[in-house]
Design a protein around this ligand. Structure first.
Ligand code: HSE
Length: 307
């Protein structure tokens, strides 16, 4: 058995509007790389990135610690992390490291875990950064494509996205709070109106149908959320203009990527994606905010780099 494994895991966008904590989509914008090496004892983290190196406070470290305990592994493990996914911008950065770690650990010790177990173990690492466990980003990062997360018991459904689905992501250059996901979960209302729930449920159902039918138009047109987006949008300077501009430029649907502050526009390969990106840049400019834009498509899940 190998003494060292490197796994690369993709960024992801969670929620897709109405699918809060349930929908995730792996995107090829960025990748994290995690190398696990067997050592004599303990867990050590090596990284050049600005992330915690205490295993308890690090997503990858926590996954390795939990898996080591669960499977009674005696070896020590060195974790080398190369962050590609920007930390704290709503693209599943902690989830990518967690997913890569869980998949690498599984391979390093020949555990042959099923996909629900892998997602569950990867999700246990999210606690280090988000403060609570939710599986939308990790499920997408582990499995790739579009995922629906059922909980109690955890059961992840994966659907292959349409080939022509494209996204334009605008990542604003703003300071994000340290525990951003926790902060942005704190602004969501505890009680919601039944009519709002009905609207979100109808759009969420249409998104799933869109993925089943490989209909990017239906997916994009159904990215509408009247519950979480209105509660969070004040945390993103210029959000309303960014969204309006992208829709005017031809985007099918626009929403906050995960817990933000990145904004994601859904479109098709046939659309003028550059025009949509520029429209989003202009939207952020109205709020004196610079942003980076990326045009991306759905990604495969976490993979062993030897393959
Ligand atoms: N569903 C989560 C949220 C994703 O929106 O808070 C962020 O991790």
């Amino acid at each position: 058995m190998a003494s060292k494994i490197t796994v690369k895991a993709p960024s992801s966008t969670a929620n897709l509007g109405p699918g809060f904590d349930v929908f995730g989509l792996a995107i090829d914008a960025f990748y994290d790389e995690v190398t696990l090496t067997k050592t004599k004892n303990g867990i050590t983290i090596i990284t050049d990135d600005n992330i915690p190196t205490n295993p308890e406070d690090n997503t990858a470290g926590l996954v390795v610690k939990n898996m080591k305990k669960k499977f009674k592994i005696k070896n020590g493990i060195e974790i080398k992390i190369i962050k590609g996914v920007p930390v704290g911008f709503g693209m599943g950065s902690s989830a990518a490291s967690a997913a890569a770690s869980a998949v690498a650990f599984d391979k390093l010790f020949g555990l042959k875990l099923n996909r629900n177990s892998l997602v569950e173990l990867a999700g246990s690492g999210e606690k280090a950064s988000a403060g609570s466990v939710h599986y939308d980003n990790v499920a997408a990062s582990v499995l790739g494509g579009f995922v629906i997360v059922k909980t109690n018991p955890l059961d992840v459904i994966r659907i292959e996205p349409p080939k022509n689905l494209r996204m334009c992501i605008a990542v604003p250059k703003i300071d994000v709070p340290k525990k951003k996901t926790k902060v942005s979960r704190g602004v969501i209302p505890k009680n919601i109106k039944l009519t709002d729930s009905v609207l979100n449920l109808s759009n969420a159902s249409a998104i799933v149908t869109g993925f089943m039918r490989k209909d990017s138009e239906l997916i994009g047109n159904s990215i509408k959320d009247v519950i979480v987006e209105p509660a969070r949008q004040h945390m993103i300077p210029g959000f309303v203009r960014v969204k309006q501009n992208a829709l005017k430029a031809g985007a099918l649907g626009v929403t906050i990527s995960g817990a933000g502050p990145s904004v994601i526009a859904f479109s098709k390969s046939s659309a003028d994606l550059k025009k949509i990106s520029l429209a989003m840049v202009r939207g952020f400019t109205t709020a004196n905010t610079k942003c980076q834009t990326l045009i991306c498509k759905p990604s495969k899940g976490a993979i062993d780099k030897r393959r």
